[in-house]
Each structure stands twice: as structure tokens, then as C-alpha cells.
Design a protein around this ligand. Structure first.
Ligand SMILES: Cc1cc2nc3c(=O)[nH]c(=O)nc-3n(C[C@H](O)[C@H](O)[C@H](O)COP(=O)(O)OP(=O)(O)OC[C@H]3O[C@@H](n4cnc5c(N)ncnc54)[C@H](O)[C@@H]3O)c2cc1C
Length: 419
């Protein structure tokens, strides 16, 4: 049904990635990653790179295919079916790549972006600190200029894939007097420049990728590893948050869709009180609601992706897709488990693993509370700045306030009542 939103080429990508997921990903790898041992899924990344599936939207000279954002979203939904750990491994080249492609020097693109998209170099992302992730701009990590180098001190935690990373894209404070949004810079820090990587936690889901703490104590990096302008980490961060949050939205749609497919087949076969359980509205309405939410979520993801292709400011649409996609995905997995009853809670079906995986999605890449803050900020800004540019003064709670509103509508009839 959602095919109407995709071009023939995008449908082709979906089929290609679906085949990759079905034929080229080792089932044992998924199970091994869900165990306690943390090991980076190198073989998965290499297999994806071999099929030229990493960073689909990047220029061909850096290992991409020059496709649009929608193609990437279509791909990540399919990879999402495998769970959040492999989805994360697949998304990281795109997330880190965005920062390097948009802001990096030609040398950085050659040294980091190209090998990353070729599956030869693994990158991790260091934003969150032990003191907190939501207040990103309050970072305590510092980078101080010394000759032709920067000296970095600080700790980042919950670095997914840190266990296998060759380098990290790290944000650090470089201006100690400026406002938070003007005080950070982004850096590429090689692991062998002196970064200590520790795995501290066992995770509920997303296992295998781990969540490392990286400690940088007087780590000296060359000035040439600064990404973008000094003190303009904000710009790099904003760019990276587009793929970060869109992939976070699209992956759980895949998890939810896969769980619903299992649940529908199960409800067709499983009987209670002498009939297939799909005959009970208590069951079938869950399917109706969840598939509707998943389709709506997919629509939001594609809308944000299409807007991202135009290069326009897309923060509101991205956050809306992230909130809705992650919540619809989790709800679908949750209800699928309910439809399966007790067996859904066992490891006979992958639903219990997907449940643990999908739970993460509303927390990471900027929690859904933070996304709602962003959405409301953007909505207020959009509407109030429209009022300002039209020099409108909308009075509230005064007699005749409705007239102001009517005036607003009658001023621009074409906008509000298109023919
Ligand atoms: C498995 C895993 C992998 C991760 N991978 C990475 C990674 O690769 N790189 C990386 O940098 N980080 C990563 N993270 C970190 C993740 O992005 C953070 O956990 C997340 O941003 C929340 O930060 P926090 O945990 O410090 O919670 P806090 O910031 O302490 O927030 C705690 C709670 O308060 C809420 N809250 C905070 N501020 C507000 C507000 N203003 N209004 C309303 N509610 C608010 C939050 O939504 C949350 O519910 C990962 C986390 C996990 C668990």
C-alpha cells in the first residue's frame, strides 16, 4: 500500500536490501550478538559494503550511490527487521558520514569517509557524557589548542559500537566563554591516538554493539582533525541529527512490521474457544491499529526524507518522524507479543528480542521528550514568525479576538482555502 509513495528505483532498493537481509545475513550472527559477548559485527558491515549498501545517499566517489534520503530510509526499515544492533551498525556510517561529508576537508573525506563506506574503517559517535545526554551542549569534554594540535580531555559514555571502532567523532568544548551553542567543536579522534575504550554495562537489547565508555586523557590530535569550523560544532551536530534520528525512526518500523507479520500468521493458525484467534476483535483490532500507526509513521519518515533532499531546514519533520516512528514500532512489537500470548514471551519467536531492542529507540538519539521539545519549539517559531512577518497582533481572550483570527484567514484566502 505504501508503495504509492515510492519511485520504481526506491522500490528496487527495497527489494535489493530485502534480499540482502534474507540471503546474506547469517542468522547465527544475530543470535550471537544477542548473547553477552560483545563483538563488533565486522562480517555484516563488510557484506553490506560489498553490495555497496552503506551510505546510499553519499557521492559515488566516497563509496555511496548518490541516491536520495528516501532510499536510505527504505533500506534501514528492511535492515531494522534484523533488530536494532545491526540497524545501528548499518546506520553509523551514514550518521558520522554526514558530518564528514558536509563539513570535512577533502583529506578527512579520503581518510575517514571513504573507508567507512567501504566497510574498512569503523566509526563511533561520542556525544553523551556520564553527566547526561539530553543537555548535549553542556558538555564537559574539552579541547585546548596547543601549537598545531588539540589536547582533548573528557569522557563519553554509551558509545554504540565503541568496542570495534577505529575512530570516534567527538564533540568537545573549545570556547569557555561563549554561549553553549557557540562553544563546541567536532573532532575526529583515532582510537590509537590514546583513547581508552571500556565496556561497562550489559544491555537489555541492542546487544553486541555494546555501549562503551571512552576516556580521553590528554589525547593529542592534529589540528587537521577538526571537523568544520572551530566553535561551530552546532552546525555539524544539526547535520548529523538528520540521519541519526531518521534512521532511529525507520529501523523500529521494520521491527514493528516484522512482529506484526508474525502475529498475523500466528493469529490465523492459533485457536481458542473453537476458533482462530484472529476472529476475536480484541486481537484483530490490535493488528488494525498497529499497522495503521506503522503506515502513518512511514509516511512521516518519507516526508522528512523528501524534505531533507531539498536541503531545507528539516528539524521539526525529523523529530516528528523520530517520535512517531519509534513509538509506533515499539507499540507494534508490544502488541504482537500480546497476540502470541505466552509463547511470545519466550525465545521461540524473535519478538522478545525485538521488544528489548525497540524499547531503546524512544531513549537514544535524543529521547522522545527532547524530540517533543524540539517539535514545539519549531511549531511556535514557525507560526509566531509568520505573524511577525505579516505584522499581525493576535489578541487572546478579548472580545473580538475571533475577528482577528478571521482577518488572518481572509487576508490569505488562497493559502487557507486552496481552490
Ligand atoms: C544502548 C545505547 C546506545 C547509545 N549509543 C550512543 C552513541 O553511540 N553515542 C552517544 O553519544 N550516545 C549514545 N547513547 C546515549 C543516548 O543518546 C542517551 O542515553 C540519551 O540521549 C539520553 O541521555 P541520558 O541517558 O543521559 O538521560 P538524561 O539526559 O539524564 O535524561 C533522563 C530523562 O530526563 C528526560 N529529560 C531530560 N531533559 C529533559 C527536558 N528538558 N524535558 C523533558 N524531559 C527531559 C529525558 O528524556 C530522560 O527521560 C546510547 C544510549 C544507549 C542506552
Amino acid at each position: 500500500m505504501f508503495d504509492v509513495l515510492l519511485s520504481e528505483d526506491e522500490k528496487g532498493i527495497r527489494n535489493e536490501v530485502r534480499e540482502f537481509v534474507r540471503d546474506k545475513v547469517d542468522r547465527d550472527l544475530i543470535l550471537a550478538m544477542d548473547g553477552k559477548t560483545k563483538e563488533y559485527p565486522y562480517e555484516f558491515i563488510k557484506a553490506a559494503a560489498k553490495e555497496n549498501l552503506l551510505g546510499l545517499r553519499f557521492p559515488t566517489e566516497y563509496g555511496g550511490r548518490n541516491l536520495g534520503w528516501v532510499s536510505e530510509m527504505v533500506a534501514i526499515e528492511e535492515i531494522g527487521v534484523l533488530g536494532i544492533a545491526l540497524g545501528c551498525a548499518y546506520s553509523l556510517p551514514s550518521i558520522i558520514g554526514e558530518g564528514i561529508e558536509k563539513f570535512g576537508t577533502p583529506a578527512q573525506k579520503k581518510e575517514y569517509l571513504l573507508p567507512t563506506l567501504q566497510g574498512k574503517k569503523i566509526g563511533g559517535e561520542g556525544l553523551t557524557e556520564p553527566r547526561g545526554g539530553s543537555d548535549f551542549f553542556g558538555t564537559n569534554t574539552t579541547a585546548v589548542k596547543q601549537g598545531d594540535s588539540f589536547i582533548i580531555n573528557g569522557e563519553k559514555r554509551f558509545v554504540a559500537g565503541g568496542i570495534g571502532a577505529d575512530y570516534f567523532l567527538v564533540y568537545a568544548k573549545t570556547d569557555f566563554k561563549a554561549k553553549p551553542h557557540e562553544s563546541l567543536s567536532a573532532f575526529l579522534v583515532d582510537r590509537d591516538m590514546g583513547v581508552k575504550v571500556e565496556e561497562e554495562y550489559d544491555l537489555m537489547g541492542c546487544r553486541g554493539m555494546g555501549a562503551a565508555r571512552i576516556v580521553m586523557k590528554n589525547v593529542e590530535i592534529p589540528e587537521s582533525n577538526l571537523v568544520g569550523d572551530l566553535n561551530d560544532g552546532n552546525a555539524v551536530f544539526n547535520a548529523m541529527m538528520v540521519p541519526e534520528r531518521l534512521t532511529s525512526a525507520a529501523g523500529p518500523i521494520g521491527m514493528g512490521r516484522a512482529s506484526m507479520e508474525i502475529a498475523v500468521r500466528y493469529a490465523d493458525k492459533r485457536e481458542a474457544f473453537g476458533r482462530a484467534i484472529k476472529r476475536f476483535e480484541g486481537i484483530s483490532f490490535k493488528v488494525a491499529d498497529c499497522t495503521t500507526q506503522l503506515d502513518a509513521a512511514r509516511g512521516l519518515v518519507y516526508r522528512a526524507a523528501k524534505k531533507a533532499d531539498t536541503g531545507e531546514w528539516v528539524r521539526k519533520e525529523v523529530s516528528q518522524a523520530k517520535v512517531f516512528g519509534t513509538e509506533a514500532g515499539f507499540q507494534a512489537v508490544h502488541e504482537a507479543m500480546q497476540i502470541l500470548g505466552g509463547i511470545g514471551y519466550t525465545d521461540v519467536y524473535p519478538i522478545e528480542r525485538l521488544y528489548r531492542d525497540a524499547r531503546l529507540a524512544t531513549i537514544w538519539t535524543g529521547s522522545n521528550e527532547v524530540q517533543r521539545l524540539i517539535i514545539q519549539n519549531e511549531v511556535f517559531r514557525e507560526i509566531l514568525s509568520e505573524d511577525k512577518s505579516a505584522k499581525r497582533d493576535v489578541e487572546l481572550d478579548t472580545p473580538g479576538a475571533h475577528k482577528t483570527v478571521e482577518k488572518v484567514y481572509s487576508e490569505e484566502p488562497d493559502k487557507y482555502y486552496p481552490k
